[in-house]
Design a protein around this ligand. Structure first.
Ligand code: IPM
Ligand code: MG
Length: 355
């Protein structure tokens, strides 16, 4: 049986990093005796330029009919002026919704060989190993929006945050299951001192976690969590939070690892999953061959683990990435004197050689 992967290179550095990841995947699949087939499709700015919309029907259909989707990044200043409904980001938001990808897993691991690259003190970041479980199908991202309205000569805009108890218990259950495979500790993050959705979140998290006797649950306000992430990040095992808070906290947590270019993510629902690095399209360095492909390569590892049930292949890719770093190879974002600087493509090849 051949497993189908839809490849969406997207914009900016997207094509470069997904090409490197594709090479790694193909070699890893050969080693693991798994037949995989990539089919590339347009989304984001690349689709706006060619087809006129960010998420063409053909791309959506291909994603729905595949086992998993590997995405680079979308967006860039070239499309800043398009109307809100046509923004490149709509491709990602549309895919998350259409595929029912309600859970976004963002593992944050500080590799021993990268401890020195973090802007935080080595003793603060050494050993950090956490997962942010971000709700991905609801909240303010998908609530009612009002834009471009003039009330008594004054322009107003409105975004709405809405959560139901079933959406909350679904994501908290997922976080509990993730925590079970780890250290069994969950931190639920909200703003329950101010927001109604957060008070529902906290109550529902409490109720849901009671079904998991082996899990310990604590609550933190999001402002405090933002502070704790840089003060004492080692306290966290699994963080579960809303769509918006998860977006913000995961960029903050990424800094711990030395480069946002290292961070993978998995978006999962009941059908095909979507895998992408958490960084953006980095238009300033696009086309130069200097982008870090490791976030995408590690996303591909998550794809093998979660969507293809190929745990051994996932482990093999992750071990190869760790070895490349130990051997002193770095892309520009992580380069320091005494190490070997390599291009995006070379980095892909170095990982492939170590599979
Ligand atoms: C992310 C990104 C997206 C988000 C953007 C591109 C819409 O920042 O995946 O974290 O806000 O979810
Ligand atoms: Mg983000």
């Amino acid at each position: 049986m051949t497993r189908k992967i839809t490849l969406i290179p997207g914009d900016g550095i997207g094509p470069e990093i997904t090409e490197a990841a594709k090479q790694v995947c193909q070699q890893a699949a050969v080693k693991g005796r798994l037949n995989i087939d990539f089919e590339a499709h347009y989304a984001g700015g690349a689709a706006i330029d060619r087809i006129g919309i960010p998420l063409p029907e053909a791309t959506l259909t291909a994603c729905m009919q595949s086992d998993a989707v590997l995405l680079g990044a979308v967006g860039g200043p070239a499309w800043d002026a398009v109307e809100p409904q046509l923004r490149p980001e709509k491709a990602i938001l549309g895919l998350r919704k259409a595929l029912g990808l309600y859970a976004n897993l963002r593992p944050i691991r500080v590799y021993p060989s990268l401890v020195e690259h973090s802007p935080l003190k080595p003793e603060v970041v050494a050993g950090v190993d956490m997962v942010i479980v971000r709700e991905l199908n609801g909240g303010i991202y998908y609530g009612e929006r009002l834009e471009g309205t003039i009330v008594n000569g004054i322009e107003e805009a409105r975004d709405t945050e809405c959560y139901s108890d079933s959406e909350i218990s679904r994501i908290v259950s997922m976080a509990c299951k993730v925590a079970r495979q780890r250290r069994g500790q969950i931190t639920s993050v909200d703003k329950a001192n101010v927001l109604a959705t957060s008070r529902l979140w906290r109550r529902t998290a409490e109720k849901t976690a009671q079904r998991f006797a082996d899990i310990s649950l604590q609550h933190l306000y999001v402002d405090n969590c933002a502070m704790q992430l840089v003060l004492a990040p080692n306290q966290f095992d699994v963080i579960v939070t809303s769509n918006l808070f998860g977006d913000i906290l995961s960029d903050e947590a990424a800094v711990l690892t030395g480069s946002i270019g290292m961070l993978p993510s998995a978006s999962i629902g009941d059908g095909p999953g979507l895998y992408e690095p958490i960084h953006g399209s980095a238009p300033d360095i696009a086309g130069k061959g200097i982008a870090n492909p490791l976030g995408t390569i590690l996303s591909a590892a998550m794809l093998f683990r979660h969507s293809l049930d190929a745990v051994a292949i996932a482990d093999c890719i992750e071990a190869a990435v760790a070895r490349v770093l130990e051997d002193g190879y770095r892309t520009a974002d992580l380069y320091k004197k005494g190490l070997t600087q390599v291009s995006t493509e070379e980095m892909g090849r170095l990982v492939t050689e170590r599979l």
